[in-house]
Design a protein around this ligand. Sequence first.
Ligand code: HEM
Length: 439
Amino acid sequence: MGLPFVGETFGFFTPHKSFSIGNFLQKHRSRYGQVFKSYLFGSPTIVSCDLALSRFVLQNEGKLFQSSYPKSVRDILDKHSLMLVTDADLHKKFRSIEIGLINKFKYTPDSLSNIDKLCVSLMESWRGNQLVLFSKESKQFSFNLMLMNLLDMQPGEPLGLQLLEEFLTFMKGFISIPINLPWTPYARALKARTRISSTLKQILKDRENRKDVELVLRPAKRDPFDEILLKEHLNDVEKVCIIRDLLFAGYETTSGLLSLLVYFLAQSPRALQNLKDEHRALRRKKKEGEPLNWEDYKQMEFTIMVINETLRCGNLVKFVYRETIKDVEFKGYHIPVGWKVLPILSAVHLDPSLHENPSEFNPWRWTDPATRKKVIPFGGGLRLCPGSELAKLEATFFLHHLVLNYRWTVKEDDYPMSYPYMEFPRGLLIALEAETTEF
Ligand code: HEM
């Protein structure tokens, strides 16, 4: 259980490459097996590297386990945030609202064309550029996407740029020691959250005023966003919390996925070639400049395999936090009530007993339908990520435009690190070259 009070927290949090499980888990797993106890963030904790136990934990949300994030996350996210809410009815209500909003992004032709347009303009902005700091670009891109679809805001609007800066500060305090002194990442993140909330409140107010005028002129014009928020009679605090939740959950993860795709594909020429072939074939079936649609997305089989493999190897979310709400018995293990339980998603993805050569990036392993049952990048049970398909859809559109327009190499010795949130320490600098092959 480690040292008094801090236990093994520092060892557990030591950064490592995200396509490995790191020294701490490696050593503990070989010494104690797939499931072991430890003392982390001031609590006795069960660490699960085992697929069956992790699945059991996720599937029994609300019955045997509940979400239990550490203090820094709880303070920074706010108690209304979906990831933190443990009251079953409240969770159900907010989850269905957020799913409604996410579906609006996925299924309306307008929002699909927004995604396509933004991809095209990103590719345009790189013309003539040889070097691009990709992590920064992908954060801006996915944040703009969320702003466009969620709040009708166009890229480059000053309030949008300001919000992105605040979110970057917000993220730095997310996994930090909760000491509230002006220079700590935690204190800065709390302040950033307050500023984000007041900016969002202002944006919503402006939007409502603008919509009131539009609705008098064209009463049928109410869009699904307003429908959902109006129907549920949400107050301002709840509306702001929902928007902040989606902006946060939607931009950081999607931009991380895009960076990982660029990184892994740069090292896998065969997968990249296959991908180019798939997208060229699709382009040949469409008119020049015609935007992608839902049917195109559904046809991109190899692209989806590449995305799934990237999620398995890249491990955007290393683990999730739970605690027991009852004494739990599972396959001979006894977990007392009140203990923390951490299902380690990356340990399942990189488990050699589940995946052959687990550290190898191999999209073709997804031709075997069994692979699907041996990964959990989006969690599971009642808290299964509601944005999983949206993230894949955005990544698919982005890859389409990227592979048709460019070739690239990764400059500098950079790789994805788990802090435990995934980041490229040098920002993933890439050298671009225009794709000249005709199709
Ligand atoms: C590749 C991208 C993504 C990954 C790997 C990912 C991963 C996850 C994981 C593992 C969870 C479960 C957390 C838990 O059980 O405590 C989760 C929850 C969540 N995700 Fe995602 N996510 C991604 C993209 C998105 C997007 C694009 C959105 C929204 C636009 C989103 C919104 C959410 C929300 C609202 C929750 C909380 C669900 C709940 O507690 O009921 N995610 N995500």
